[in-house]
Write a new protein. Sequence first.
Length: 413
Amino acid sequence: MSRVTRDDCAALDRADPLARFRAEFDLPEGVIYLDGNSLGALPRATSARLDQVIRDEWGSDLIKSWNAHGWIDLALKVGDKIARLIGAQSGEVVVTDSTSINLFKLLAAGLRLRPGRRVILSERDNFPTDLYMIQGLCEMLGGGHELRLVERGGVAGAIDADTAIVTLTQVDYRSGELHDMAAITKAAHDAGALMLWDLCHSAGALPVDLNAAKADFAVGCGYKYLNGGPGAPAFLFVAARHHDAFAQPLTGWMGHAEPFAFGPRYRPAAGIRRALTGTPPILSLAALEIGVDGLIAGDMTALRLKSMALTDLFIRLVEQECADCGLALVSPLAAAQRGSQVSFRHAEGYAVMQALIARGIIGDFRAPDVMRFGFAPLYLRHMDAWDAVAALSDVLASRAWDRAEFRRRAAVT
């Protein structure tokens, strides 16, 4: 195979049909941002939109804005837009709370739909907060339910007549490996169980089709590939066939059939609105809507093609420029089997990543030794892959990482 050159990467950028979207993000000069899988970049339109909401809506119209500017339905409006990215229908997705809280709500609702079954099944290396929330739910329910963990690849074979819900993250947060959503969902249904997918590392990064896979529930966050900003609200999906029987435990006033009747007894709203709990965060929702609109404009099929091309290129360049540097590929080699990130192991992975960040190459690290490089195709170029690998090669060859300040662990890695 011939060597990839800088000119090759430049030519790919000139032919990129998505190149125009880069200008729609406020990217710092001199920075190559490979951490959109953890926090998406800032869309340029977000600042203007927030200024409008703050000055014209909140500032001028005050509380009238709940009606005059549609604040009361914004969680549903943005949910319907996210539905277009994840293969859901209008009225099946709502933006609310955090991923963890939404997971708790959906798991509790799912257990009610499968009385007599006591097992929530997941994989041992699922994202830890998902497992923590399951543990807390089981304890709250008095110990009658159990979280059962299996190794990756053994999920389908572990589903049995005692399984109420199977819950998995579609894209593994460390390696980027993709689960086969349709196959695992079918295995769950064949055993009479429900299927709940965590889309935090897939929504906005690759085409998702929840309804084609016949998924029951899903959750996802708004601050990664959806570019909604730090702490952006999350979303949840409930398949329409479950709406009438769906009953979540956090029965706040926004999920009530008549929230402004102020009656003493809870009555659930119809449809997905019953998944709401408290007052929606309007500023955060407005920011998230801008990020989602950008992805809709970009077309998920085109985004996926560029994502696979970028990650393939990055892997090839690392093999070409960083041979014998102590790196081990963690992600699947086949692009169709991974999300929009590439991960490598290195014994000094944390220090290496800090040295790269000091040079303006921003990725991140996951314990114990994994360096993650996320590729958000709306704003990344093929030249970014080239320059990032050139910096990585130099950091490794020169041992530039071997300094005390790069070994010092920060609170956020």
